[in-house]
Write a protein that binds this ligand. Structure first.
Ligand SMILES: Nc1ncnc2c1ncn2[C@@H]1O[C@H](COP(=O)(O)OP(=O)(O)OP(=O)(O)O)[C@@H](O)[C@H]1O
Length: 865
């Protein structure tokens, strides 16, 4: 370890009370400002530049956030503000990714729209309107010159952070500028030494822990870390300086979109906050700012230019810093969080481009609601550009652009302040029954909300009714009637049956066509099964609630304080199962398990009033047993029969490569499950996230997921139907083939541990008969009995495979003639087909394996009621 590195660690130790707020504030401000800039570039059809910018921004943001998380790993010690800021940054990052995708598509579609511009420029000229080239109407954004003016230290070359179109990335060059040597306040200091020290100091904010860790999660080298540390600086500068518009009208810039109360906050602060014109800064002043921000870095040697023309070139410094020194506000107070919203205000309308004007018009027309404003703004922006509009549609970027408007909000607003009323207002929501949560429940819990009101439910309903004048079905008699109504069975041939017959297991057939799918390749995530259900049709949702599913989700998310929006979106789009119709009758046998589940889940969910006090239902139930015995089917059956919102998750859906992300997903999952209660959170293969602590291979990330999960699970103490008035009924239903691997703490929380054994002969018979009922066959009772003897030890899924294979027998016989044979002439399935198939379809569970399950069941489990 060299001396410099030692210096880092010493500093880290000295820093007794880590305060992520300053880092996060700075990062948020930087990302937000850059985002606005790149959106403007896109508005100006400068796709290439915008693209480069988004790329740099996304990379840098995630990297810097990771570093902050590493530096301040104790999330529990974060203040509310810090958490909100962190969420805010995540949200901006997510939106930046969406924007990146969109701009990439725009760029790919129409590369001719791009202009050859010096990519080193952060020149406002690049966002100059093309059709309305009035110089007077231009406003300026500071330019940081390209590499020609800078001396790049070789170790930084090729760094991913060196994206020059991103101010974040450009800082790498900036920081090593020759000008630093010439103009920095510490002129006596040897430049390279000082630069190194500066880098170290800045890196202290972000990268100490991983400086020698060979990159940590991001796989970075120490030089990259330093780069990233440096990249923190422009944000500081950007935050610390006033954006200066070149036209007289820009004097009134601050009036834009800023509530009066905020304006009163501090004009100086605003100036400081908005100042981004680097070229107007004196070195001395800037060094003060740097000092104020505790970043001992000097960037004012960097070349930037004013551009009050639409020229697209980068020039060297055009004005002396001294000349503009007085433009820097003399404020040294700490940047306050609320200023972020001001920082992000739109510029003066007179300086806006046409598209921006559209956006602004939309904004003002809906100023009460930033979300809706954003949407309108988006429409305006999109409509001005047909290509973009089309592309937006294609890329589902409505929400991402809507979200852009969120960048104009304070993170607190975006995270915690429910937007419901204005949102509902905009959507004419009063015309429709139910609140957003109700609507969401109807969407995500399409079988219908629990019919019987617990007192808390009734209370909630009353409150919601008062608030939104809705027509909730709260009449208990009505609900009793509803309960007693014979269940409407699906017609044979519906998707479920079709899936079975066609051989798709319920699990495998689950391919969502609803909601956004962030990652379709995640086969572990089941999001929907039954497409024909019109309630699940997005268009129906839109008709019914006059809002899209995405809007509905946004609304729900907004109503949950403190939730990470990105994580919540992921939960909605990937994990929520939209109705999953498996009925008890579909599951052959397993009567004990069914009874157990009815008692533990179904009845309490349907009659919460009966299940209180000592009868309070369990909050965790484990289904364990050999593979393919119907555990997943049972879980789906429970979801259907209990009329609950069903979340089906797997380890992979909760695992993120980014530090802290998985915990957020877990928190979001529980928060949404509570919100949409009654809910069942089904975790298949739960051993993979609840593995025993002494199990080999438990890594840090799975330990963190597990801990978070256990914490959240504990918080469901009143969640099952029971005690309190405002109970939220959420059940964790786990399934595993490896019950002995489950951590003891988790095992304890699974109060009921239900053994799902291999099917008995009777169960196999029911299953075989059910499967044969969809096929022409010639098996009589005697044949079936013979078959039962032959399939001893087969699991439910083995039986399904066998039946499917046997059904192929008559077709196999035909060979190529199959193509010319009419359906009627194909012979029925016979016992011999099964016998043939039995030759190569063997039981999947061994006798020894079975023994182990039985032992564990007798020790920890139960086998029925
Ligand atoms: N009792 C049953 N009744 C009807 N079909 C069954 C039954 N058990 C299993 N199957 C069939 O086996 C398939 C797999 O079942 P399921 O996925 O529920 O098993 P599992 O116990 O969850 O398996 P794993 O532990 O491997 O996830 C089902 O889609 C169904 O076709």
């Amino acid at each position: 370890m060299d001396n410099n590195s030692r210096g880092f660690f010493t500093k880290l130790k000295i820093r007794k009370k880590p305060q992520p707020i300053s880092d996060l504030t700075e990062l948020y401000g930087t990302v937000a400002k850059e985002s606005i800039y790149y959106i403007k570039l896109e508005d100006q059809e400068q796709y290439e530049q915008a693209l480069q910018g988004w790329k740099g921004l996304t990379t840098d943001t995630m990297y810097r956030l990771t570093q902050i998380e590493k530096l301040y790993p104790d999330i529990l010690s974060y203040s509310k503000d810090e958490l909100s800021l962190k969420n805010g940054v995540r949200e901006l990052y997510h939106k930046a990714c969406n924007n990146l995708e969109r701009v990439q598509a725009l760029y790919d579609q129409n590369p001719s729209m791009n202009y050859s511009v010096d990519m080193g420029s952060f020149d406002d000229s690049t966002i100059t309107p093309k059709k309305n080239h009035s110089i007077d109407t231009l406003h300026t954004i500071p330019i940081i010159s390209g590499p020609s003016n800078f001396q790049v230290i070789s170790s930084f070359e090729g760094s991913p952070q060196s994206n020059q179109n991103s101010p974040l990335g450009r800082t790498i060059q900036l920081i090593q500028s020759k000008d630093i040597k010439d103009h920095s306040p510490s002129k006596k200091m040897n430049t390279s030494l000082r630069t190194t020290q500066q880098l170290q100091q800045t890196s202290n904010m972000y990268s100490l822990r991983s400086i020698h860790s060979n990159g940590g999660s991001s796989g970075t080298t120490s030089s990259e870390l330093l780069n990233t540390g440096n990249s923190a600086y422009p944000g500081t500068v950007a935050k610390s300086k006033k954006r200066n518009y070149s036209t007289p009208s820009s004097v009134n810039t601050s009036k834009h979109s800023i509530p009066d109360t905020k304006l009163q906050h501090s004009q100086d602060m605003e100036n400081l906050d908005n100042f981004t014109d680097f070229s107007q800064l004196s070195l001395d002043e800037e060094s003060d700012i740097v000092e104020y921000n505790k970043y001992d870095l000097y960037t004012e040697g960097n070349d930037r230019t004013y551009s009050n023309s639409n020229s697209m070139h980068t020039t060297s410094r055009q004005r002396s810093n001294k000349q503009n020194a007085d433009k820097l506000p003399k404020v040294r107070s700490k940047l306050s969080i609320p200023k972020l919203s001001q920082t992000l205000s739109e510029p003066n309308s007179t300086t806006l481009t046409k598209t921006e004007k559209d956006r602004k018009a939309a904004l003002s027309s809906n100023s009460k609601d930033s979300i809706s404003s954003g949407k309108s703004a988006f429409s305006a922006g999109a409509s001005s550009n047909p290509l973009r509009k089309e592309n937006m549609k294609k890329n589902k970027s409505l929400s991402s652009l809507t979200n852009n408007s969120n960048t104009l909000k304070h993170p607190h607003q975006s995270n915690t302040k429910p937007q419901s009323s204005s949102f509902l207002e905009k959507m004419n929501y009063k015309q429709h029954s139910g609140t957003s949560v109700t609507a969401a429940k109807a969407v995500f819990n399409p079988k219908g909300q629990n019919s019987l009101p617990s007192s808390s439910y009734a209370l909630q309903v009353r409150q919601l009714k008062q608030k939104y004048h809705t027509g909730f079905p709260s009449d208990i008699n009505k609900k009793n009637e509803e309960l007693e109504k014979p269940r409407r069975r699906r017609k044979a041939g519906n998707t479920q049956i079709a899936n079975k017959v066609s051989g798709k297991s319920t699990k495998k057939a689950n391919v969502s066509t609803q909601g956004k799918k962030i990652n379709e390749s995640k086969s572990s995530i089941q999001t929907s099964t039954h497409l024909p259900n019109s309630k699940h049709d997005n268009s129906t949702i839109e008709n019914k609630y006059n809002m899209t599913k995405e809007e509905l989700e946004d609304n729900i998310i907004d109503s949950i304080p403190g939730i990470d929006k990105v994580a919540a979106k992921q939960i909605f789009s990937e994990i929520v199962v939209h109705g999953d119709e498996v009925y008890w009758d579909d599951i052959a046998g397993l009567e004990n398990a069914k009874n157990s589940l009815k008692e533990a889940v179904v009845y309490p969910f349907l009659r919460p009033d009966l299940f209180r006090g000592l009868r309070e239902p369990v909050r965790g139930m484990l289904l364990f047993g050999p593979p393919g015995t119907g555990k997943t089917m049972l879980a789906r059956g429970v979801a259907t029969e209990s009329k609950s919102t069903f979340f089906s998750i797997s380890a992979s859906s909760l695992t993120s490569k980014y530090l802290g992300e998985s915990e957020k997903l877990v928190r979001a999952l529980f928060a949404i499950a509570k919100k949409l209660s009654p809910s069942i959170v089904f975790v298949d293969e739960i051993d993979s996230i609840m593995g025993s602590r002494d199990e080999n291979g438990e890594n840090e990330s799975s330990r963190r997921i597990k801990n978070e999960f256990l914490i959240q699970w504990s918080s469901l103490s009143n969640a099952a139907a029971g005690k309190s008035e405002d109970d939220e009924r959420v059940l964790i239903l786990g399934a595993t083939n490896l019950p002995w691997s489950i951590d003891e703490a988790a095992r304890r929380r699974f109060v009921r541990r239900q053994y799902i054994p291999l099917p008995e002969a009777e169960t196999r018979k029911i299953q075989i008969m059910k499967l044969l009922s969809y096929q022409k066959h010639k098996l009589d009772n005697e044949d079936v009995d013979k078959l039962l003897k032959l399939t001893n030890g087969y699991s439910g899924s083995d039986i399904t495979s066998l039946a499917k294979d046997a059904a192929m027998g008559p077709l196999r016989e035909l060979g190529d003639q199959l193509l010319h044979t009419s359906t009627e002439r194909i012979r029925p399935v016979e016992l011999r087909d099964f016998k043939n198939s039995l030759k190569y379809i063997k039981p999947s569970v061994s006798q020894e394996g079975l023994k182990r399950y039985e032992e564990w069941a007798s020790q920890f489990g139960s086998s029925g009621v």
